[in-house]
Design a protein around this ligand. Structure first.
Ligand code: JQB
Length: 246
């Protein structure tokens, strides 16, 4: 996959993408990330990319022309890649978006700064994404988050093919608790069942803990989760257990 990033701060991406698994994926040729300096498409001696808002108000807004010219060029050099705008007004980025976007040969990320974009920038892009309901100083950290989530889904990027399949959200539930050595850490033991060698009992316990955690922490996920009769029976038990404590 080829990823193009349009930004006023290309240097921000250097260390995240050289140190991480995404960096290794680049070395192995599975992924190519290329940053593009938006000021290269700005005009005049000062190469200005922002301006004051019509109608007044505080702060500055990204001008549309430099972004327009940059995307005219990038749509040629990376033809077929959808253009994604990072913005707090975008639709919330989810695992299902990561899975869908991982199927493209290329993606073009547009990162802004200041107080956002001239409204007409939206007419130039294919999709608008936000990573969550908080305000960042710019789109760069959001693009890094999306590229990390998408990159790890590309074939061969993770060590083992099955590691992405067992993730939180891959079946709509939170993950089960994990333990490693030591057997006792500060008086907190590893659950006996995990040391029993009984693989059927371990699988049952893990599923029950997945359901319990999701019920306790993210109950809204249970509505969309794909549950069989055994899951529903366990969930009924978990609900009763919780009800009896009140
Ligand atoms: C400028 C951004 C995010 C891009 C995502 C997320 O947009 C603004 N509006 C008001 C004040 C400040 C800004 C800053 N800003 C470009 C830009 C914020 C993305 C952003 C984002 N994706 N939070 N913030 N989840």
């Amino acid at each position: 996959m080829k990823i193009d990033i349009l930004t006023l701060f290309p240097g921000l991406f250097d260390s995240p993408f050289s140190e991480s698994i995404i960096g290794k994926a680049q070395q192995r040729g599975l992924l190519k990330v290329q940053t593009h300096f938006l000021r290269d498409w700005a005009e005049g001696k000062h190469k200005i990319t922002d301006d004051t808002p019509y109608g007044g108000g505080d702060g500055m807004v990204m001008k549309p022309e430099p972004i327009g010219r940059a995307l005219d060029d990038l749509r040629v050099s990376s033809s077929g890649s959808p253009v994604l705008l990072m913005t707090p007004q975008g639709k919330q980025f989810r695992q299902e978006d990561a899975e869908r976007l991982a199927g493209h040969d290329g993606l073009i990320f547009v990162c802004g700064r200041y107080e956002g974009f001239d409204e007409r920038v939206r007419y130039l892009v294919d999709e608008e994404f936000s990573i969550g309901d908080y305000v960042l100083t710019g789109g760069e950290p959001a693009a890094m988050v999306m590229i990390d989530a998408i990159g790890r889904l590309l074939p061969g990027v993770l060590g083992c093919d099955t590691s992405a399949a067992g993730d939180s959200f891959s079946d709509g539930l939170l993950e089960y608790p994990q333990y490693t050595r030591p057997e006792d850490f500060r008086g907190w033991p590893v659950p006996d069942v995990l040391r029993s060698g009984n693989h059927a009992a371990i699988a049952r316990w893990r599923r029950q803990e997945q359901l319990r955690r999701t019920y306790q922490r993210r109950p809204e996920l249970l509505e969309a989760a794909d549950l069989d009769a055994e899951d529903r029976r366990m969930l009924e038990f978990i609900r009763q257990e919780a009800g009896e404590e009140e």
